[in-house]
Design a binder for this molecule. Structure first.
Ligand code: 2IO
Length: 393
């Protein structure tokens, strides 16, 4: 009889792809780190192991991103950087994604955007939550940040899909890689044009802010601005529709919370954080082991690849009682879906605000609709609904 974790089929298996949570729930998290033969990499499956790994960026570097992200981002993404470069660029971006700018500038903008998308949907008897709302809300929000014209939605959507596939894929064919690379070159061109425009005439977008509000010694090159812009475009859009669809999915299966949110007995944020915990949009976070070491009782070798399996850490019984029950009222709220440590998501506050705005409005209308069929989920790196058809009751 094989031990429980030896029966884990591997992240790249067909069974896992169809229903990862079935296998994640079976994992014995007290093993902390297991080896995944399909990935040729370690998998951190416990809460403590994921915290130790993501919390130590010296021993566990983000070097895997130089293959995954850099080629399609036309330069280094923030998560690849260290030291002073990381500090300067992180605080530049954080300024735009926190505090006053968030409350005074983005809150009203995103409220209006959400309202106008929902007004359009309310005229329909049937709609797909992903393509008719989620994708649009996600991407148009990032257009607000970068200062991109709303009518370019389809052009960007098409190309971003390809670069996400590159950054989050496994064993891709040369052909698929080349298609993504040429999409990213096209994206680079239009961002370079935007930079030129903003140098002549500043707007209230993040590119103008980066160009005009940095010290002489901190001036970024065009190619650095392109990489950060593409980084934001991807990281801020890819998870958003997935998280919102997951929230709706959980609410339809736990309808008492819809009423509780409406009657102010439960906050949208509790729904959101519990949904992020139990069904995180980003499942895998890659790191390279920089030295031989022993972490949570497991030996790792310099050069090894290790993925943090976020949904597994978030379902660790040591921290979350009845881990696969959706319970927005649970006491411990420390899910790891935004990561942890110096490379934790810098858009977390922005995302929480954006998602709460949408949820506040969605809870008021979802009882007018029901699922035609349950959503179809896909993805092993980022995972979410690809189609979610709703119809008026
Ligand atoms: C662009 C995977 C949605 C990041 C990424 C390849 C680098 C980095 C992440 C997150 C979430 C995206 N990695 N954001 O996991 O910027």
């Amino acid at each position: 009889m094989l031990a429980m974790n030896d029966r884990f089929p591997g992240v790249l298996s067909d069974e896992y792809r169809i229903d990862p949570y079935k296998y994640i729930d079976l994992l014995d998290k007290t093993d902390n780190i297991i080896y995944d033969k399909t990935l040729n990499a370690h998998l951190a499956i416990s809460y403590d192991a994921v915290r130790s790994i993501l919390g130590n960026s010296v021993l566990f570097s983000t070097k895997p991103l130089s293959k995954r992200a850099e080629p399609v981002m036309r330069g280094k993404v923030l998560a690849q950087m260290e030291g002073n470069e990381h500090k300067i660029k992180k605080s530049m971006l954080l300024h735009q994604f926190t505090g006053r700018v968030l409350k005074d500038y983005y809150h009203p903008k995103l409220t209006n955007l959400c309202d106008s998308l929902l007004t359009e949907i309310l005229t329909k008897n049937k709609f797909d939550f992903i393509s008719d709302f989620g994708n649009k809300f996600a991407l148009l929000t990032t257009f607000n940040i970068i200062g991109i014209d709303y009518n370019k939605l389809d052009w960007y959507l098409e190309r971003l899909k390809l670069i996400v596939q590159f950054a989050t894929g496994f064993n891709l064919s040369k052909e698929t890689e080349d298609i993504a690379l040429s999409a990213s070159e096209e994206l680079e061109k239009v961002i370079l044009d935007l930079i030129d425009e903003r140098k002549k005439c500043a707007g209230d977008d993040i590119i103008s802010f980066i160009i005009h509000n940095s010290n002489e010694s901190e001036k970024l090159s065009n190619s650095e601005i392109v990489a950060l812009s593409l980084n934001i475009l991807l990281a801020a859009s890819e998870p958003v529709d997935k998280v919102l669809a997951n929230c709706i999915y959980h609410l339809y299966r736990n309808e008492l919370y819809i009423d509780q949110v409406i009657s102010n007995d439960c906050s949208t944020n509790s729904i959101l954080q519990e949904s992020l915990r139990i069904t995180p949009p980003v499942h895998l976070i890659p790191r390279q082991v920089e030295d031989d070491c022993c972490i949570e009782g497991v030996n790792l070798k310099k050069g090894d690849l290790i993925f943090s399996l976020i949904p597994s850490a978030n379902r660790d019984e040591k921290y979350f009682e009845h881990p696969n029950t959706f319970n927005p009222q649970r006491e411990f709220k420390g899910h790891l879906s935004y990561g942890v440590g110096i490379h934790a998501c810098i858009g977390a506050q922005f995302a929480n605000m954006q998602l709460n705005i949408a949820l506040q409005k969605l809870v008021l209308i979802i009882k007018k609709y029901k699922e035609i069929t349950p959503p179809t989920f896909d993805g092993i790196y980022t995972r979410g609904a690809t189609k979610y058809n709703l119809e008026r009751v």
